[in-house]
Design a protein around this ligand. Sequence first.
Ligand code: ZN
Length: 280
Amino acid sequence: MRIANLSGRLVLIVDGKAVDVERASAGRFAPDPQAVYERWEEFRAWAGTAVLPEAAAFDRADLGSPVPAPRQVLGIGLNYRDHAAESGFATPDGLPPVFTKFATSISGPVTEVRLPAGGHTDWEVELVAVIGRRAENVPEAQAWDHVAGLAVGQDISERISQLAGPVPQFSLGKSFPGFAPIGPWLVSPDEFENPDDLELRCTVNGEQMQKGRTRDLIFSVPALIAGLSAVLPLLPGDAIFTGTPAGVGLGRDPQRWLAVGDELVSTIEGIGELRQTFVA
Ligand code: ZN
């Protein structure tokens, strides 16, 4: 199953076209895409058996984030060995560093992003997992049951503000407006042959910058849910940015930052792509 946010309304994606959920369910489910995660099991059951009206074509520029207003956004740092190495950090022993991307930085999949003046803005393609059932002290073996679905995410990061000061400001440096595009839709875990092994990559102006596989995550999606939910409850509709593989601008020699006019395309196998253009 695939769901999306089309002009602020929850839709099912069927063969690349959209079915409006509120209308197709005769009002049983609200149009707000964020509200559906509170009733995820009920929604899944309905979507699996409903006789749907004909789906309509749409413009991808009208897509918003499939998870537009999570109560918690958890960002994970240094979760691929090759990226920890290029960043000059040791691979963490316990749970990797956790920060937030404040919810106002979330956007849809096709956007223009304003570059902070004087900044060093960088890319980080990441798998985003969205919670579909409250998770508290969940063992790894049951963690996938708590995931509504997966989406492509970009953890866009301004490195000067991220790394300045006596302790790094990960959450602020990664929360400028438009710095958390998510999409293009949410794909339920059962759609993947193996949801723990997906290729992710990103290009800048067509040149490949990152290419990795989620099987190389130090903490897999289930391990993250187990580790995080041992500390705090994960709530329906929460989003987890699971970390980025090697190839970010910070780790290049010479370093490289996003510039006005650059186009960043981020792709995950079996999900789809994000497309960001950078403006002054
Ligand atoms: Zn990241």
